[in-house]
Design a binder for this molecule. Sequence first.
Ligand code: E4P
Length: 324
Amino acid sequence: MILRDTERVLVVERMLVGHNKKEGFLKVSSVLTNRPKTKLLVDGGDPEETLRIKSLIGFVDGQTTNPSLIAKNPDIQRRLASGHQLSEQEEKDAYKKIVQSISPLVGDAGVSIEVFADLDSRAAEMLAQGQEMFTWIPNAYVKYPCTHEGLRAAEMSVQKSIRVNMTLCFSQEQAAAVYAATRGSKEPVYVSPFVGRLDDQSEDGMDLVKNIKKMYEGGDGHVHVLAASIRSINHLLCSFFLGAELATVPSKVLQEWAAAGFPRPDKDFTYKAIDAKGKPLKPIPYKELDLNLPWDSFDLAHELTTKGIQKFVADYRSTLRRSA
Ligand code: E4P
């Protein structure tokens, strides 16, 4: 069952607009009063899209970007369509400009910026990029992949007070390693379990979010769960229900959520773990893992992390000049 806030939102709007007929902005503040506990981030690479979502729902807590999303940015696409492939420097400048435009639009969940990493990238190279990206905007989170080298980069980053978002997380072991590698961080660390991509291979991605939340109950709270690769309102409502601290959501799903009247799950909410054809998804069982173990004692390998890195590399390279 789903509780719909539509009526409450409409009543508040009418009341405020009725008392302050000239102050149209009060319509937006009526939505703000009903913010979900889960922080909402826009999953995209276009500042204008972020602005549209902000106008639609009244707020945006943060933003996540990645190389695939940046490659789809309208300005970059226009340049490519006019036959102008980018040099590495131009690509970096474009990425910086995009996040600098998004930065002032979002709240305290910040803007996640992803380092370039292929399967051979070493921690030191990722850290050097992360250090530079962290200076681009005051609310940056640096995204590193949940690999051995990505975790080493994260460990060094938190020691330098660089905020991190550990991306391409597909297993509870990777999330345990994120916890152990970043222990002592002064700022919240994000871990991003990719729900939709697990669903795509018939596993219940929401189970991963649930299992990580349960595992972290025994921890110190320094890692926040950011539900990512969200494909539907169903995923979003389940993220709320499981108490994910954050969710990053494509604008299309946020628009659907707004059109449906900003539904929230009630206490009896049940998540239907089915694929697009209605076939049940395979549950992911919970594992007892010791968060006090050294991070590199966990098995970090996951095929989807490897494939995810390869896809990001391909999308990044698709914008570059051949000689770049
Ligand atoms: C956000 O941080 C992720 O990169 C994003 O949610 C991935 O989504 P996708 O699986 O739809 O590409």
